[in-house]
Design a protein around this ligand. Structure first.
Ligand code: PEP
Length: 250
């Protein structure tokens, strides 16, 4: 059985004060979450603050990106070793906003994935199609290309110590959620695709859905066979909403 998993991607939001309140609310609500692994991903600058606030709790934290280089003259970048130093456990890799606005190509995403794993972080690898790609019937081809870029370099077994997030770009921050059937179909495709190479890996990997998940639609999405939890953007900024989503995951 795969453990349910919910990660909150706070993106470029928050302040020292608001993060304190948000983490406090999440910790207060954790009693309602039975089994799900709960992770929050703040901005880099708040990682050490969040680490302190979460110390001794069941909630883990991650970064929203990593540098593909180990160290050196890369102004503005954050190394995997620095994140490990902060006791960070996860790293979101290949989020569609990084792909769209910051030039993260499939190749760069693969390099970041490999760097994260090499340094001891668990990647949360994001894949997903644009609206025009879905409308052109290319959803599976796009997701396959994005996965293959990583698997071709890192090998299928690398996915065993990673989490995959299927995030249709047209559903991120738009309020348009993929229907549970649409999401399940792509999740099943991803699992089948992995099982062609290694069925044990396919069975083991948690595949999250991301794209306008809220407390009101989480139950239906998470009850699908191949949906193991969610990557949550906007709704993760409210402790009550986020905990309700985690509760729905299990
Ligand atoms: C995300 O950014 O990963 C995301 C899923 O955002 P939202 O939940 O706001 O659609």
């Amino acid at each position: 059985m795969r453990k349910p998993f919910v990660a909150g991607n706070w993106k470029m939001n928050g302040s020292s004060a608001s993060i304190k309140t948000l983490v406090g609310g999440i910790l207060d609500g954790m009693g309602r979450v039975k089994n799900a692994e709960v992770v929050v991903c703040p901005s880099f600058v708040y990682l050490s603050e969040v680490a302190q606030l979460l110390a001794g709790s069941a909630v883990e934290f991650g970064s929203q990106d990593v540098a593909k280089e180990e160290s050196g003259a890369y102004t503005g970048e954050v190394a995997v070793s620095m994140l490990k130093d902060m006791a960070c456990k996860y790293a979101i890799i290949g989020h569609s906003e990084r792909r769209a606005y910051y030039g993260d190509t499939d190749e760069i995403v693969a390099e970041k994935f490999i760097a994260a794993q090499k340094g001891g972080l668990t990647p949360i690898l994001c894949v997903g199609e644009l609206l025009e790609e879905r409308e052109a019937g290319q959803t599976e081809a796009v997701v396959e290309r994005q996965l293959q870029a990583v698997v071709g370099r890192a090998g299928i077994r690398a996915l065993e110590s990673a989490v995959i997030a299927y995030e249709p770009v047209w559903a991120i921050g738009t309020g348009k959620t993929a229907s549970p059937e649409q999401a399940q179909a792509v999740h099943a495709f991803i699992r089948q695709w992995m099982s062609k190479e290694d069925s044990a890996v396919a069975e083991k990997v948690q595949i999250l859905y991301g794209g306008s998940v809220k407390a009101a639609n989480a139950n239906e999405l998470f009850s699908q066979t191949d949906i193991d939890g969610g990557l949550i953007g906007g709704a993760s900024l409210s402790a009550e909403e986020f905990i309700s989503i985690c509760e729905a995951a299990g």
